[in-house]
Design a protein around this ligand. Sequence first.
Ligand code: HEC
Ligand code: HEC
Length: 624
Amino acid sequence: MVRMTWLASLAFFVCASAAFAGTSNSLMDVHPDSKSLLVANTDSGTVTLIDLEKKMAVREIKVGKRPEGVTWIGNGPLAAVTVNHEMAVVIVDTATGKIEKTIRVPAEPYGIVSDSKGATAFVSHEYPGLVTEIDLVKGVVVREIPAGVMPRGIALAPDGKRVYVSEFYTGVLNAIDLASGKIVDSWKGHATDNLARHVLLHPTRPKAYVAHIRSIIKVNDGAGSIFPHLSVCDLKLGEDRRRVSFGMDTFNGVYVTTNPWESAISPDGKRFYVIYAGTNDMNICSVVDDDYKEIERINVARTGQNPRAIRVSPDNKNVYIYNAMDFSVSVHTTSMAYVSSIKACEPAKSPEWVRGKVLFNTANSPMSSRRWVACSSCHPDGLHDARTWQQGEGMRKTTAFIGMAHTHPLHWSADRDEVQDFEFTIRSKLMFGLGLIKGSIKSKVGFHKQELEEKTSDRSKDLDALAIYCNSIEHPLSPNILAPGKLKPAAERGRAIFQRKEVGCASCHSGAYFTDSSLKLPFVLHDVGTGRSDKFERMGTKYDTPTLLGIYRTAPYLHDGTALTLHDVLTTQNKDDKHGKTSGLAKNEVDDLVEFLKSLPYETSPEVTPNTVPHRLLSADKKQ
Ligand code: HEC
Ligand code: HEC
């Protein structure tokens, strides 16, 4: 019986498969005729049309803030692009460079795939966890389908019956049946699986490939904290389905790779490629047609800087790689011989910012000597990894850098006062990096706040550049509002509660950035009753007030991640009323308060406050 279903589903895959591009999410999509491609330049807010015969960019089209996915619509010339920070999918005419239509969609559109006819597209929405179905002819959203927690990767089955999504922070693969609009199957990996932003399907065999990392939160060591992985899931129906995971470091013997980002497969299903955004390299493998080994290593190849997309042309003649921090697409033969490189766009921002972003994303020297860990392995694009790390000083939830240029000091215990202090992290056993400052810095002894005494800014151009990048992370307004500056009624009631003197929230979470953090000495820290049950805590239970901007999407909460929801922060984790006086609030008042927290930011925050740091991107450096 099981065997029958497997054969039946296999038959489906074989019949329906056609070598068309666009069936898995990517920043790049090759036209079905293999003569041109589109690439989305996330930082520039543009999409570039590249002529692959002339090997040059034809035009760059402005689409909006943070395009994260692109797909041709049928045979073109129209294409659809997800604009992550603008709750929009934009339809562009690549022949004229005009925007044909802007489709309003739910928050955080990330990946996009479309059917071969160009009739329907499917979009993953990381928050609030949806797939939308878009009628491309009418230009409207026709369905919103719950798709799991924070899905990013999305792929359309060749028979058009299912879409598969990967959850960014768990690596879980979910199958959505399009007839019923429901998740009908799930492939869970290891609890440590993380940062899975892509799903790839084999064109004929029932297999899905998910590239991701594993975050080993109990180990604070450059050779044991973070591992590159590739999970292969059996999609056939029946009981003997498997999900196997390959460690892509040991896969290469002693050659380590970092931050697997995207994979690609040749249209004949024989070659498999996976790129590593942290080490600027890739694996070329052959697909093994058994159910155990799955892939066999052919070679490792170098790529350009920070590869973020890889595609094989439908005619199976070329492989294209988008080297995001070279701002170019490189052309290769299928065995990865280099052919040429085509410029996709100008650098989006100042040279310092570009250098900072390069350093932030790389696990190569001087950031790390062991090549397992990059800053971005825990702070993808300056956001968080949804993990609480067991560090020497105690349990520490990874923070996102939202509003950071204005919310110094840094770290939950305010033991750092400038981003350049992360020189200590680069040189620590987490990264084993040579460091960016020439010469020595005072070494750490115990948990003494050495970083506050050692001035690390203005000592290295690269380190200052890293700070400029970290202090530049932009965040859109919360999607949980009615319009900029306009709260929903419940959130409006919540705001009044937040500001009530006897509840006290606004006394610490004050000002436009919702924190009383300041670089004025002595730093203001508070004991709000958290941390006392943490047997690992070594720095005391007074913490720096965190900003509340963007917290609708940064669970879990508190320095030790013990609050899984915002409700928990105000209830189960605040039994003694030390963290605002919440015990007197009725249940509906707590709900309203949470609605308010979920609405932040509801207006644009000021570009300068008395606490703004100097090393950041100035508006003059922004090209968008
Ligand atoms: C293993 C995961 C991991 C890696 C790798 C990592 N971080 Fe972090 N980062 C964390 C955690 C956890 C915290 C919170 C620690 C604390 O507050 O004590 C944090 C906090 C920060 C903060 C403070 C944010 C704030 O608002 O207080 C900055 C800045 C930062 N990291 C920058 C970096 C840089 C730069 C690198 C690379 C040199 C890096 N991180 C590498 C996990 C990581
Ligand atoms: C005495 C100062 C103070 C008051 C009053 C206060 N907070 Fe906080 N808040 C903090 C500190 C300090 C932390 C960090 C505690 C920790 O991580 O253990 C925090 C953490 C939080 C967090 C978690 C943020 C994150 O990213 O994990 C939320 C949400 C929050 N506060 C909301 C509120 C609300 C709502 C109120 C009013 C009921 C309130 N706070 C009152 C100081 C305060």
